[in-house]
Ligand binder design. Structure first.
Ligand code: F6P
Length: 551
């Protein structure tokens, strides 16, 4: 049945009418146990939902909606290898990648765990050879620099986790990420590296992605030119991919290919071979703990009662704001500088998964789907966009993510950071009224400007300490939250057809830029005009055809 025709949906519409006029202040006053009743603790995370515009009844009605959508069957379907990526006819088994309990997970009657474990063992072997110096560069030097070339899921995950767990990383190794096809990225990242000591990890599920292949070819030229032999490639390039043929064609020894499979979605591939840069820089033990964190949340998601299930609760809360309050966006605000790339990572997880306009039958949806995800670490955001969250006209549900312990020994900094963390949520929820402003002797003409309406929702995610394990659990929490929402909206969360058209058109335009001849008939007048301006002003497109050298 169409989502909005479900009786459970209609109950929520009626309930929304009761909740909308209520303020958080009133809701806290009405129920003294609210904070306790709406806080959930599991997998190393304390998740306080009480500063959201919900009551316990909201949760039970949302759970009824999830049940009407057969949420438990859907979850079982994913874990048991059903082909839930319908448009690509693929299973979705990222949970197998971190299945630390090693219980068999079957796909088409075959247990996938031996393949998963074999690749992990191979990754560990390479990492150890790099530390020990058994793996040497072409001229015999030890590897000191790791460069991951990839984009989207083959970049954002490793980059985000590397930044997040830098505290635990081997500081003798330099880690660089190259993703953008803009040569600036490549050139700036390679600038101070000695090619003799550099290992390139080419991460691409398909091994056909234009950005990654272009950057990889340029990196190969850079290396060969400096080391004076094509033979050097085998000591300095490894591949993470599902496409063996293309890896070989590129010139990488198949023994140096780390395999993954079509049942691993790019944006869910962090704990597959795509995590090789993390295995090397963080060490196999930390990579294992990261996977354990993921696994813990996976098990929780699979087994916990719906009323206490963190991904389910957070997913349903997102539905509540997106479809009833009509919130367009959702902010991710990590109060930890190490998590600075988390919002960008979650943008892909969420927006590439649930940015869909047709349901699983291919029918345009008559309701809103995935929100816009954005954010920056606190406290920086406070001095930039928090003004709008506090006093603007838009409702923006915020996730505040913080830790009780800092990884740095600067308690003064940490207390100040976390004082802001708590204060912002308090301010958003309860605001500041006229009476308080008057008591503060605010000039009467300034009162409207200094008022804080409050009643602005936030979720608090607190953990004891940022560790590989707590991070793994956090990432899996968001992954499954996105899946839950896709189930409610009846959309396919594991494909990404929306990225294709731009790629197709770019491949038509590229020859025009290279030749300097516009195919006027194939574009609209605006595009023709833009290309004309480009060609008239782009000297290099005439002078240099491809990037033969890197300074
Ligand atoms: O174009 C989008 C996308 O397919 C993402 O889903 C994916 O993470 C990224 O490109 C990179 O793809 P690949 O790993 O195949 O290079």
């Amino acid at each position: 049945m169409i989502l909005t025709n479900l009786p459970e949906w209609k109950d929520l519409i009626l309930h929304f009418k009761e909740i909308q006029p209520l303020t958080l202040k009133e809701m806290f006053a009405q129920n003294k146990n609210r904070a306790i009743n709406l806080t959930f603790e599991d997998c190393g995370w304390f998740v306080d939902l009480s500063k959201n515009r919900i009551t316990e009844k909201t949760i039970s009605l949302l759970i009824k909606l999830a049940e009407a959508r057969k949420i438990e069957e859907e979850i079982d379907g994913m874990f048991s290898g059903e082909k839930i990526n319908g448009t690509e006819n693929r299973s979705v088994l990222h949970v197998a990648l971190r299945n630390c309990s090693h219980t068999p997970i079957y796909l088409d009657g075959k247990n996938v765990m031996p393949q998963v474990d074999a690749v992990l063992a191979k990754m560990e072997h390479l990492s150890q050879n790099i530390y020990s110096g058994a793996w040497r560069g072409f001229s015999g030097k030890k590897i000191k620099n790791i460069v991951n070339i990839g984009i989207g899921g083959s970049d954002l995950g490793p980059d985000m986790v590397y930044q997040a767990l830098k505290f635990y990383s081997n500081r003798e190794l330099t880690m660089k990420f190259i993703s953008n096809i803009d040569a600036t990225h490549l050139i700036e990242q390679l600038k101070d590296l000695n090619p003799e000591e550099t290992l390139f990890i080419i991460a691409s599920k398909t091994f056909t992605t234009q950005e990654t292949m272009t950057n990889s070819e340029s990196a190969k030229s850079w290396l060969i030119k400096r080391l004076g032999s094509n033979e050097a490639v085998k000591n300095h390039f490894v591949a993470l991919s599902t496409n063996r043929e293309k890896v070989v064609e590129f010139g990488i020894d198949p023994n140096n290919m780390f395999e993954f499979w079509d049942w691993v979605g790019g944006r869910y591939s962090l704990t597959s071979a795509v995590g090789l840069s993390l295995m090397i820089t963080l060490g196999p033990q930390n990579f294992k703990k990261l996977r354990e964190g993921f696994h813990l949340m996976d098990q929780h998601f699979k087994q916990a009662d719906l009323s206490k299930n963190l991904p389910i609760l957070m997913g349903l809360l997102g539905i509540w704001y997106n479809n009833f309050f009509e919130a367009e966006t959702s902010a991710i605000l990590p109060y930890d500088q190490y998590l600075s790339r988390l919002p960008a990572y979650l943008q892909q997880t969420d927006m590439e998964s649930n940015g869909k306009g047709v349901d699983r039958n291919g029918t345009p949806v008559q309701y809103q789907t995935g929100p816009i995800i954005w954010g920056e670490p606190g406290t920086n955001g406070q001095h930039a966009f928090f003004q709008l969250i506090h006093q603007g006209t838009k409702l923006i549900p915020c996730d505040f993510i913080g830790f009780a312990q800092s990884l740095q020994r600067f308690p003064d900094h940490h207390h100040k950071l976390m004082a802001n963390f708590f204060a912002q949520q308090e301010a958003l929820a309860f605001g500041k009224n006229k009476k308080t402003l008057q008591q503060e002797d605010t000039p009467i003409e300034l009162i409207p400007f200094k008022l804080f309406s409050g009643n602005r929702p936030s979720t608090c995610l607190l953990s004891k300490k940022l560790t590989p394990k707590t991070l793994g659990a956090l990432i899996a929490l968001y992954e499954h939250k996105v899946f839950v929402q896709g189930i409610i909206w009846n959309i396919f969360s594991f494909d990404q057809w929306g990225v294709e058209l731009g790629k197709q058109l770019a491949s038509k335009i590229l020859p025009e830029l290279k030749s300097g001849k516009i195919d006027h008939r194939s574009h609209d007048s605006s595009t023709n005009n833009q290309i004309r301006f480009y060609l008239e002003n782009n000297e290099s497109s005439v002078l240099i055809d491809s990037m033969g050298d890197i300074a």
